[in-house]
Design a protein around this ligand. Structure first.
Ligand code: MOS
Length: 726
């Protein structure tokens, strides 16, 4: 028995417990629930980026077979709208839609068609005739709107010391601007839901990352009690931030169901995923770094310019990494936004760090080159065990170890500091490194455990409203219950993604694993405690759970537990750390380049399941490679529509783009992070990957590529850095 437990408990690389459900098609995603009597909705998108709807003629659409209703601003239900604009939005914000005739961006929903079949709805949507009054000069082009930049209401500006003084004391200064484009998440599963309005409330089978926040957003938008909203998200086919908050289709389908009295299914098309489900915003990051000859940092400024939409405010906090990663006494971080006629950007995997670490870690590499220092030595020289931005220690930080161990695994000693020296035929080869850090939050989580005795078999069910967005939540929660109840994992079932279950923070911000597992742990501990208490058995005594039930004469027992951050947690900065190493080969004549291999080393606390953890890092590295290689959403400069609007023109990496990848997790015990010592990894994996690639490209070619993605045409025309020999 004990050997089985050891094989299946926390830390073991077991297969996903829900894997068979997925590969046999039994796992039900939002649009797959067999809700009887359902009808289909198709959203209609605006074809101007700024102006007003003068008239909408829905008569032709309404005449079509199967069409039940066309909803526009003329007949839409009154919803709660923003009290002030721009409204700072978060994961539980209201999502008003079809409330007036104004258009703020190309692709904005201006109507929705409800029909008996999906095809009927799609066809009829094309027959709706719209007359617009276009307003002149919409804000479409980033470069032309810089004069409108403002400090957001929820400002995250920060400074310590005296930046200018620090710069004046420096022997070398890097002053450079890094650009990252708009990117889109594109999870495999399209955004979808089935909304069923009944008795003044709604049940929504919806592809959402955060069930609780979705119920808040829906109830507030419709101004009904939160108890009247039930959200079910049992399986979610990826989110990457796009499914954190409810997007307008959730409100549209719910409104439609309320108006026609039948369940409504709405699926956002892949095309609409560009205009209606959030995106990573375009960032221009201005870095200034000062350092002494010996490599001591004296000053660091990280100033970001981004955009938001006309009526909503969201900022990607790119500068956060520059506050805490290095020991630098003088520091300045600012974020500015400009309102543009584009949909509101929102969180995309490691919002802030993914892009911010590109700027910071490339700039660090630039400084190391200027100082003629090895970039690893330079980082180690400026390492800190104190988070200077919070003036408190890190709960654990093995960044130096990540860099050293990664260097050894990668073969860093073979790197020649001089660019363009490692050649093979037409290939210029380069090695690059970068440091990664990602905040590792942990949030209050509630969970229920149901213990059942069937003859000799003990079964446990864990319930919570957590989601598994493909990360492996089901599996690690099952492993946790198996560990704390000391039963084989096969005897644990996990039920997630239902707002009727105990409340969790949902999946986002890399807090899922730590929060969910500690919540499950707390429920299991509570059950054991209560069962022992009834028998006057001291808490510390180990008694098998089956025996506890038997002695209590119980066939079944339920307990609820909850976990939340400790006081010690609040007194520390809890972060995961990592190092990325990359080898690239660049064709010296064409600028075509490829990633030859990657090594990623992480210090991220206790690894619950090496297999699912590895999957998270691989996914992150792939998205990081995508940032560097090809991902960019292009805005048409006259109309404001996205001209990259399918996978044919929005390029994501494929297997052939990623060669050999080694992922190493350092053993790390961090009981300050939480009782189980879990830290986040979901977003660590993407952090600083693009920088390691950009730095490798510099080492190969002697060219600094500060604008992502690094396309061959940019690379071939870029100048050599001063001091590089051709
Ligand atoms: Mo993440 S961008 O919080 O899904």
């Amino acid at each position: 028995m004990s050997s089985i437990v050891e094989k299946t408990a926390v830390g073991q690389a077991i297969d996903r417990v829900e894997g068979h459900l997925k590969v046999t098609g039994k796992a039900k995603y939002a649009s797959e629930f067999p809700v009887p009597n359902k009808v289909y909705a198709q959203g209609i998108n605006s074809t101007i980026s700024k102006g007003e709807i003068v008239s909408i003629d829905t008569s032709e659409a309404e005449k079509q077979e199967g069409v039940l209703k066309v909803i526009t601003h003329q007949n839409a239900e009154k919803l709660k709208t923003f009290e002030e604009e721009p409204a700072a939005i978060s994961t539980d914000s209201i999502a008003p839609v079809l409330q007036d005739h104004k258009v703020h961006y190309y692709g904005q929903y201006i109507g929705v068609v409800i029909a008996e079949t999906f095809e009927q709805a799609q066809y009829a949507a094309r027959l709706v005739k719209v007359e617009y009054r276009k307003e002149a000069s919409p804000a479409i082009i980033f470069e032309k709107n810089k004069d409108k930049a403002y400090r957001p209401k929820e400002s995250s500006d920060y400074s310590r010391g005296d930046l200018e003084k620090g710069l004046s004391e420096a022997d070398e200064i890097i002053d450079a601007v890094y650009n990252t484009p708009i990117e889109h998440h594109h999870p495999m599963e399209l955004h979808a839901l089935i909304a069923s309005w009944e008795n003044g409330g709604v049940t929504a089978y919806a592809s959402q990352q955060m069930v609780e926040d979705a119920t808040i957003a829906i109830s507030e938008t419709f101004q009904i009690p939160q108890e009247k909203v039930r959200v079910i998200a049992a399986f979610v086919g990826g989110g990457f931030g796009s499914k954190l908050k409810v997007e307008r289709q959730v409100i549209l389908a719910t409104m439609a169901s309320k108006m026609i009295g039948r369940p409504v299914q709405m699926t956002v098309t892949r095309h609409q995923m560009f205009t209606n489900t959030g995106m990573r915003q375009r960032n221009e990051q201005h870095m200034r770094i000062g350092a002494k000859k010996d490599g001591t940092l004296t000053s660091l400024a990280h100033e970001t310019l981004s955009h938001t939409s006309i009526n909503e405010e969201f900022q990607e906090s790119c500068g956060m990494v520059s506050k805490m990663l290095y020991k630098v006494p003088n520091n300045l971080v600012t974020h500015r936004l400009m309102p543009m006629n584009l949909q509101t950007p929102f969180a995309m995997r490691a919002p802030g760090e993914a892009t911010g670490s590109f700027a910071l870690e490339c700039a660090m590499d630039e400084m190391a080159w200027k100082l003629k220092m090895d970039p690893i030595d330079f980082r180690i020289k400026n390492d800190t065990q104190t988070d200077l931005s919070e003036d408190q220690p890190f709960s654990s930080r093995l960044l130096v170890e990540c860099l050293r161990i990664g260097a050894e695994k990668f073969g860093w000693e073979k790197r020649n500091m001089k660019p363009r020296t490692n050649k093979e035929g037409n290939w210029l080869k380069g090695y690059g490194v970068s440091a990664a850090s990602r905040n590792s939050p942990y949030k209050e989580t509630h969970s229920k455990v149901i213990l059942k005795q069937h003859k000799d078999l003990m079964e446990a069910t864990i319930r919570m409203d957590a989601t598994d967005i493909g990360t492996g939540s089901y599996t690690i929660i099952a492993q946790t219950a198996a560990e704390y109840l000391k039963i084989p994992v096969e005897q644990v079932s996990v039920e997630l993604g239902d707002s009727d279950f105990p409340v969790t923070p949902g999946s986002g911000g890399s807090w899922g694993a730590a929060s969910y597992c500690n919540g499950a742990r707390a429920a299991c501990e509570k059950a054991l405690q209560e069962l022992k208490k009834k028998l006057n058995i001291p808490d510390a005594e180990e008694v098998p759970v089956a025996e506890l039930l038997q002695k209590n004469n119980l066939m079944e027992y339920e307990a609820e537990g909850s976990a939340k951050p400790s006081e010690e947690f609040e007194k520390h900065s809890v972060y995961s750390f990592g190092a990325n190493f990359c080898e690239v080969w660049v064709d010296k004549d064409t600028g075509m380049w490829r990633i030859n291999r990657m090594v990623n080393v992480g210090s991220a606390g206790r690894i619950l399941n090496p297999k699912t953890a590895y999957g998270q890092i691989i996914g992150g590295l792939t998205m990081g490679a995508g940032m560097a290689l090809a991902e960019q959403t292009r805005v048409e400069p006259n109309f404001g529509n996205f001209i990259t609007r399918s996978f044919a023109d929005y390029h994501v990496p494929v297997n052939l783009d990623l060669a050999q990848i080694d992922v190493i997790f350092l053993p790390e015990e961090d009981k300050i992070a939480n009782k189980m010592g879990i830290k986040g990894i979901g977003e660590l994996g993407i952090t600083s990957v693009a920088a390691s690639i950009g730095n490798a490209i510099f080492n190969a070619t002697g060219k600094r590529m500060r604008d992502l993605p690094i396309t061959p045409e940019k690379l071939i025309t870029a100048p050599l850095e001063p001091g590089v020999q051709a």
